[in-house]
Design a binder for this molecule. Structure first.
Ligand code: CMP
Length: 227
């Protein structure tokens, strides 16, 4: 696919026309990463903005005792790397591919010119950053809960919000992350995630089929775990 077609899937550019997209896509370079590849390291210098066009990535930091903490997972259509470009500080987190992933990158100077020339992008950027702040606020509250099953359920709500498809009151999440990554997001162990998933399945809250997870009654699920 040509860059311009790929850019149409990126939320930041939804308000732009073909000509504007063409101008931006000319400045972008495509890169591919394998599952587990580091895209960039926390504290390194921010030189590019990245757009996920295929695959997914995790945004991580290491805790004082060396455990991985997952701040977010980003999918096709999302962007990352904007923070250090905007405030001039170093990268705030590591970004690692969660599968075979293709990204488009835009150099810092080009990004700043594009932001200046297309205020519509700046507005979309603010919307997305606001949405990320809301999710982080929710995660902070969730991490203060002592009940690990509830923290895991809230992670599932987040995945539903980010990639779920709703039909007849059920939400299907096509690609649920591996249990270790859910554990690193919910602040618990892989074993606890495995146990909680089995309980949620037994209690008929969810159904699992390979990588797909279905929340059987979304309204009930939210009432039970997110209120
Ligand atoms: P930057 O600081 O340049 O490099 C790490 C990137 O991870 C950061 O830009 C954001 O794009 C992304 N990031 C950091 N924290 C979060 C978060 N809480 N939610 C989503 N993305 C984040």
């Amino acid at each position: 696919m040509k860059n311009i077609e790929l850019l149409k899937t990126v939320s930041l550019f939804w308000d732009l026309n073909e000509i504007e997209l063409g101008y931006i896509s000319d400045k972008m370079v495509s890169k591919k990463f394998e599952n587990g590849n580091l895209i960039f390291l926390e504290e390194s210098e921010g030189k590019n903005l990245f757009f996920v066009v295929d695959g997914s990535v995790k945004v991580t930091r290491l805790s004082k005792d060396g455990r991985e903490v997952i701040l977010a997972m980003l999918n096709a259509g999302d962007f990352f790397g904007e923070m250090s470009l905007l405030d001039g500080q170093s990268r705030s987190a590591n970004v690692i591919a969660l599968e075979e992933t293709e990204v488009l990158s835009l150099k810092r100077d080009d990004f700043l010119v594009v932001l200046h020339d297309y205020p519509k992008i700046a507005i979309q950027l603010l919307k997305e950053m606001t949405s990320r702040l809301r999710k982080s606020d929710r995660q902070i509250v969730s991490l203060s809960l002592s009940d690990a099953e509830k923290r895991i359920a809230l992670c599932i709500v987040r995945f539903a919000d980010e990639q779920g498809v709703i039909k007849n009151g059920q939400v299907t999440i096509p690609k649920i992350p591996i249990q270790q990554d859910i554990a690193n997001m919910a602040g618990t162990s892989r074993e606890t995630v495995s146990r909680a998933m089995s309980l949620l399945t037994e209690e008929k809250y969810i159904e699992r089929n390979g990588k797909e997870l279905k929340i059987l009654n979304y309204k009930n699920f939210i009432k039970e775990f997110d209120s």
